[in-house]
Design a protein around this ligand. Structure first.
Ligand code: NOJ
Length: 585
């Protein structure tokens, strides 16, 4: 859970503003929030879904895999919700064929997954050992995808650094990661590049830097406030550039693929559009988020506003140099232009206002920005605490990227919504609404001229949600984690997304409304079946727990009380739904 989001949530202030902006080549006045645009996507637009290694594979210690920082982090008490770990998660490692059937059901064009570095290089160091069994797993996955006409989009780093590299060198705090990462990437190009044509070096480096090395909410859990995140990001940007150059000089001509990076960014909207300070604060919010990484990669250096703010605060703190490291001119030209396509992960938006944090009261990435985040409490927030549904922010972010970085080729690498209930719920009408509105704003952005080539729904399956454990379910498919076979069940959103894919957009109002109705109607039967299955599991658990004298109170609550209450909820809503349907007929 991102700290900034928590802060935003606490601020919970009602903000009523006219949403206008100053970008020149974009007709903001046409951006009527409530209007839905019926139309289709360009031919060849790629529809996909995604997941990542640590979040879905399980098999954390199987077939010679080494430990990652997430294996170690989650095995320490108190780091994740209910001390959940990704030890087995969805058991995706054993379910390639099953999961590809789900992708076929959706008619996906692409699937985004990540390679676990310690699965194929147990210590992270190539000269130590390369794990053939781990390499084989991804070989099979890639082959199966291609046999089913699904394009693999492969992320090299989705947060699971080999633990040995953390222990020996301090992970991304250390410059040596650049070469180790390059060796790992090079092996992946060598082994899979004949079949993989879309490579993403890093997923969401913002999270790696801020949550891993500043707040410590994520592995490796370091709290190096005010310096750790900047240092980690600096090495990540250089590592990305190095890997891009490796591909460019050694593999591109043979393999003809592309290398990009996936950046995460919320949109920041000024609270008061007539207030210059708010306008600048909102711009700063986005620059400290996506601009931190995108500006060096597209223009060669950090955003001026980051250099100014962090530099000034460092001076006020009596430091001789800025806490934001700098690139040499050679490095700048080496980094500039190292992006064949930009991956964009986006989930939500914040209102932003200026707020000065005095430099003598501690230094953090967050106080360096001099902003406050606010939310409109009327925004729906069906799932994760930080995730408000604000579809229009997506169009604005995409237009911002277009103007700032010279209209790059974009793949949406993550977009979706969770449900916070621990309950079984397959009738996810709020997710249908979220996808419908966000995909529609993306369509509007494409009509504005933004070069979006593909969309990845996040995620295919419910999965391990980092520090939130299994408490937040982002999947199109529900996964029953309590059942050792980890069965998957389609939520209603599967039916809806599938229709969007098959029509390559939104043909007309009547049809789209029909999709929504049909999707939610069919889910109630599966919901009841699943509820019955859960009831059986709960009964079995009660027996097991009664016979186990060591059962803790917490286990009793999570394994018995919560599922029982949930099952009752579902049965009651099913009866209520049937009653409503009868009444309508
Ligand atoms: C971004 C991360 O890349 C992804 O792994 C996670 O599931 C989503 N945020 C949702 O929190």
């Amino acid at each position: 859970m991102m700290l900034s989001h928590r802060v935003g949530r606490v601020c919970h202030v009602l903000v009523l503003v006219l949403c206008l902006s100053s970008a020149e080549d974009f007709d903001w006045s046409a951006n009527n929030h409530d209007s839905f645009y019926y139309g289709t996507f360009p031919n060849g637009f790629s529809w996909g879904a995604g997941g990542s290694a640590y979040q879905t594979e399980g098999a954390w210690d199987k077939d010679g895999k080494g430990l990652s920082i997430w294996d170690v982090f989650t095995h320490k008490k108190g780091k994740t919700f209910l001390n959940d770990t990704g030890d087995s998660s969805c058991d995706g490692y054993y379910k390639i064929k099953d999961d590809i059937l789900l992708m076929k059901e959706l008619n996906l064009n692409h699937y985004r997954f990540s390679i676990s570095w310690p699965r194929i290089m147990p210590t992270g160091i190539k000269s130590d050992h390369v794990n053939e069994k781990g390499l084989k797993y991804y070989d099979v996955l890639i082959d199966e995808l291609l046999e089913n006409s699904i394009t693999p989009i492969v992320t090299l780093y989705h947060w699971d650094l080999p633990q040995v590299l953390q222990e020996k060198y301090g992970g991304w705090q250390n410059i040596s990661m650049i070469n180790y990462f390059n060796d790992f990437a090079n092996l992946c190009f060598e082994r899979y590049g004949d079949r993989v044509k879309y490579w993403i070096t890093f997923n969401n480096p913002w999270s790696v830097a801020v949550e891993g090395y500043e707040t410590g909410e994520h592995a490796p859990g370091l709290k190096l406030r005010g310096t750790g995140a900047y240092r980690a990001a600096h090495h990540i940007i250089k590592a990305h550039a190095k890997v891009w150059h490796t591909y460019d000089s050694q593999w591109r001509s043979k393999q003809k693929g592309m290398v990009g990076i996936s950046l995460y960014g919320d949109w920041g909207e000024p609270v008061d559009i007539t207030n210059q300070k708010d306008i600048e604060a909102a711009e700063r919010y986005v620059q400290f988020y996506i601009g931190w990484f995108a500006t060096p990669i597209f223009h060669g250096d950090y955003p001026q506003v980051m250099k100014d703010f962090i530099g000034r605060k460092s001076t006020q703190q009596g430091l001789g140099t800025s806490r934001l490291p700098s690139f040499s001119s050679q490095e700048k030209s080496y980094i500039k232009g190292t992006c064949d396509f930009l991956g964009v992960g986006h989930f939500t938006t914040r209102y932003i206002t200026q707020k000065t944090f005095p430099s003598n009261r501690g230094t953090t990435y967050f106080s360096d920005r001099d902003i406050a985040e606010l939310v409109d409490p009327r925004w729906p927030d069906p799932g994760s605490e930080w995730l408000y549904s604000v579809p229009w922010g997506f169009r604005r972010l995409l237009n911002f990227i277009k103007t700032q970085y010279g209209n790059p080729m974009i793949f949406i690498t993550e977009n979706g919504v969770s449900e916070k209930m621990m309950c079984t719920e397959l009738c996810d009408d709020w997710r249908i609404q979220y996808y419908k509105d966000y995909i529609n704003e993306m369509l509007k952005a494409i009509r504005d001229g933004v070069n979006v080539k593909g969309y990845t729904a996040w995620s295919l399956l419910d999965k391990f949600e980092w520090d939130e454990g299994y408490s937040e379910r982002f999947g199109l498919y529900y996964v029953d984690f309590k059942n050792k076979n980890k069965p998957r069940y389609p939520k209603a959103s599967v039916q809806f997304y599938k229709r969007v894919i098959n029509s390559n957009g939104f043909p007309n109002q009547r049809e789209v409304e029909n999709w929504k109705r049909k999707a939610t109607e069919t889910c109630s039967t599966s919901n009841q079946l699943l509820a019955a299955e859960e009831q059986r599991n709960t009964a079995a658990n009660i027996l097991r727990l009664i016979h186990d004298p060591l059962t803790s109170h917490m286990e009793m609550v999570t394994e018995v009380v919560v599922p029982t209450v949930c099952t009752l909820c579902i049965l009651i809503s099913a009866v209520f739904l049937m009653f409503l349907l009868r009444k309508r007929n």
